[in-house]
Design a protein around this ligand. Structure first.
Ligand SMILES: Nc1ncnc2c1ncn2[C@@H]1O[C@H](COP(=O)(O)OP(=O)(O)OP(=O)(O)O)[C@@H](O)[C@H]1O
Length: 344
């Protein structure tokens, strides 16, 4: 059952800039969907429209069947957490969380009960009397999350909530938020331009480009079966090589396998972990650099014309700069005119 339904929504800013272009999406009950895309692809604008902070130029949005397209934020069953948490620094943690409940006219004992429960949920039990400025960045972001959750929204909207935090804390918080989201089974729309975050947290990822959907799928599917060269290049590390295919063979480099598509231009996509190397004095590529990461190695290769490729290897000590190698892809995809025409 879908809770949130976005149908043909567009947002055109003066300029004109088409920030969101005829976008449709259904989010199921309890699902966490990540909007992932490069800067300017319209993620934040879309999220802000769902939260009521931006008015769509056209289109329809419903929550549980009710039209919310033109409702102000406070009349929607949504809770939004912003990148900069926007907590009230002149109030302590408890008051920050209690504020919205007070506006709703809840009695004090219920307010206290709900605030304490949500502080416990985000791992900040006992922090109620702390000033916001006496908290670390990560704790402040937990309070911001708690402030949304305490109002028990049907849909949680998160706009790059970890962007200002360091890598280590970001990884911890995304696990915590995912745990909380799953425990509460709260339907969540999450904006990020971090692919790791999307792959780690999402039930489904919407890859956005120029205000449109490039692909919607489960994280593993987006990673393994990117439908367009844009998605292939955007998610994870990918070797993308343009060239001609003729009689099933890639003209620029012999990969030793047939690519069964009609002759013509193609973009090949091969993951570094799917590109095996075989040392050979007549190899088609030359090793440029070998980096040993301990758990694995990364070999940078040159196809001879300046094209760089990467191969992930289990034994980096077998390779050295200047060495010639043959390329043995175990899996690849071929794209033509922005569509996937072959994959193995
Ligand atoms: N208030 C505004 N007025 C005019 N143009 C805007 C406004 N807000 C956003 N835009 C434009 O709309 C487009 C989409 O912006 P948006 O912020 O939604 O992208 P984003 O994918 O969230 O990017 P980022 O990851 O950098 O936050 C951009 O071209 C942006 O310049």
């Amino acid at each position: 059952m879908s809770v949130l339904k976005i149908t043909d929504v567009s947002k055109i800013f003066a300029g004109p800039t088409v920030a969101v272009d005829n976008f449709s999406l259904e989010v199921a009950d309890g699902e966490l969907v990540c909007l992932l895309g490069p800067s300017g692809s319209g993620k934040s604008t879309l999220l802000r429209m769902v939260g009521g902070f931006e008015r769509p130029t056209s289109g329809l949005m419903t929550i549980d069947g009710d039209d919310i397209t033109h409702l102000p934020p406070e009349r929607r069953p949504t809770g939004m957490v912003f990148q900069s948490h926007a907590l009230w620094t002149h109030m302590n943690v408890f008051k920050n969380l209690a504020f919205g409940l007070k506006l709703r006219g809840l009695p004090q004992d219920q307010i206290t009960e709900k605030v304490e429960a949500v502080l416990e949920l985000v791992g900040l039990a006992g922090y109620g009397t702390r000033g916001v400025n006496q908290l670390s960045g990560g704790q402040q972001q937990r309070v911001a999350l708690a402030r949304s959750l305490v109002l028990e929204p049907k849909i949680l909207l998160l706009d790059e909530p970890f962007a200002s935090l360091d890598q280590h804390l970001r990884e911890r918080l995304r696990e915590e938020v995912r745990d909380i989201q799953q425990r509460l089974k709260i339907t969540t729309l999450f904006v990020t331009h971090g692919q790791d975050e999307a792959l780690a947290m999402a039930d489904r990822i919407v890859v956005m480009r120029d205000g449109r959907t490039e692909q919607i799928d489960r994280p593993d599917v987006v990673y393994r079966e990117p439908q367009t060269p844009f998605v292939a290049g955007f998610i994870g590390t990918m070797n993308l090589i343009d060239g001609e295919v003729s009689d099933g063979r890639f003209a620029r480099a012999d990969f030793g396998l047939d690519i069964p598509i009609p002759d013509g231009q193609a973009t090949l996509a091969i993951r570094p972990e799917a590109l095996d190397l075989e040392a050979s004095e007549t190899g088609v590529a030359q090793v440029h650099r070998v980096t040993d990461y301990g758990t694995h190695g990364l070999v940078d290769l040159d196809l001879g014309d300046g094209t760089r490729l990467k191969s992930m290897v289990g034994h980096p000590d077998l390779f050295s700069a200047g060495q010639k190698v043959n390329l043995k892809p175990r899996a690849m995809a071929a794209y033509r005119d922005d569509a996937r025409v072959y994959w193995s």
